[in-house]
Design a protein around this ligand. Structure first.
Ligand SMILES: CSCCC(=O)C(=O)COP(=O)(O)O
Ligand code: ZN
Length: 225
């Protein structure tokens, strides 16, 4: 453990401070910096992240990897990935979010970052995926109330709260639907409220917009989609 300003981080985080690019260079296809671009290409092919919409994060221990904002997600490269330490104090007008590594190219981290943080803080999630899937949007139009509810369907792989035990055929899956806002960041509070009110939900739908789904790892978040 070492100190970085007022924060205490593991030695792996501290060694990354000397060579930030080492955080996104790996031969391992499962390394988050390689996995995020691959998953984004898959999401594009599925029609889930058309235009520049959607976002993804993977957290491995105290390192958080986040895709860039406002870019065609199918064109993301490992060098475009942001890396942040976790945990860290919430950003405020007086303190910015802390980054261990930013891309050399002029990019911003996903505008979903505050919402991704909800899933780390409230569910100890290892990944969170946000898509604009037409199926998710359609569900929010057909279920006009505050939740999408389903039972006796393909819910056996869905985990309670995204990270707990798997649901059975006989369980009922209830997913909160929050109302859309002009900016992604403005969904943070209503998403957190929905997560607190529905602790068993493995995701949050955003009306006329899409869905946030999380899991203990990227493969399990993906399965829930
Ligand atoms: C045209 S997308 C508007 C913002 C949005 O909904 C979104 O998902 C964008 O996420 P990003 O990671 O590109 O900031
Ligand atoms: Zn979105």
């Amino acid at each position: 453990m070492s100190r970085f300003g007022n924060l205490v981080f593991s030695s792996s985080v501290m060694s990354a401070i000397d060579n930030p690019d080492s955080l996104v260079i790996s031969d391992d296809p499962l390394h988050p910096a390689n996995l995020i671009p691959e998953l984004c290409r898959n999401f594009y092919q599925l029609g889930w992240v058309t235009g520049t919409g959607g976002g993804i994060t993977i957290r491995q221990g105290n390192l958080v990897y986040i895709a860039p904002s406002g870019v065609q997600k199918e064109r993301i490269l490992p060098e475009h990935i942001f890396v942040l330490p976790y945990p860290q104090p919430a950003p405020s007008p007086h303190a910015d979010r802390i980054f261990l590594r930013r891309p050399a190219k002029k990019l911003s981290e996903s505008s979903c970052t505050p919402l991704f943080w909800n899933t780390f803080d409230m569910r100890d999630a290892g990944s969170c995926i946000h898509t604009h899937s037409q199926h998710a949007v359609m569900a929010t139009l057909l279920w006009t109330g505050p939740t999408f509810t389903i039972s006796h369907q393909m819910i056996k792989g869905v985990r309670i709260g995204g990270v707990g035990r798997a649901l059975s055929y006989l369980d009922t899956l209830e997913v909160p639907i929050i109302e859309n806002t002009p900016f992604e960041v403005d969904l943070k509070e209503s998403m957190a409220e929905a997560m607190a009110k529905y602790p068993d939900a493995a995701g949050v739908l955003v009306r006329r917009h899409g869905v946030y789904v999380w899991g203990p790892s990227s493969s399990l978040s993906l399965f829930l989609l």
